[in-house]
Design a protein around this ligand. Sequence first.
Ligand code: IPD
Length: 255
Amino acid sequence: MTIREKAALAEKAARAAGDMLRHCGSFKVKRKSENDFVTEMDFKSESLIRDILLGACPEDQFFGEETGGAAKACGRWIVDPIDGTANFMRGETEYSISIAYEHDGELVIGCVFCPVFDEVFLAVRGEGATCNGQPIHVSGTNNSRDALVHMGFGHRNPALLRRTLAVFPALISAVSDVRRSGSAAYDLCCVASGRCEAFVERGLSLYDYAAGYVILTEAGGRMTGWEDGEDAIATGNLIASNGLVHGDLERLLRG
Ligand code: IPD
């Protein structure tokens, strides 16, 4: 199967899971740890996506938020079956399904589906990014004073939360405004499609940002770590932006 065909498969799996989530009725919720929940639907969504992807590509490996799976492999799907579980379980609108494909260690496909908005963000490495089939690009705003910044706070980890809150006053004073959506995959798509200029959060997991990273970079955006020289893909500490306000944000967040 070609990478293009795999991207179409990712979209098919994400849409199938999204349709199930939109029409699922009531479900059980469990607390994984402080401020961290998982619903019965996270497992059902992951299992449906896994069956569709591995049914068509049995040679591939699978790594999902709820069931884990293979570390690096020649071909590996990286899946967050509901990114924004806390929103989903309360009936909030901002949650997404995130599916990435990694080939020989490189992230080459990103697909993020937001069921409530009926929006599929899709990118294949080297081919650009789209939203519902239309090309998308990061915004042309180059003045960080005018930047709208989406932000997560690492709220489940007290040390991360403290470090993030320490830079918050300087950040919100220097930009136009700050938003918290509750779905990192969706946040990255907002930067990719020019709805905001940047998204910053520490302590994310690969399945939260793998797909969004491909979409963002194919839409002309940039992603680095919070520390100088830090590899954001490896650590999950992300500064993601339209590229034009990136330097200003790095200076602000690195203090
Ligand atoms: C969470 C969301 C949220 C971010 C958390 C993530 P989940 O993913 O992306 O925006 O702040 O750090 O864990 O747990 O809903 O899949």
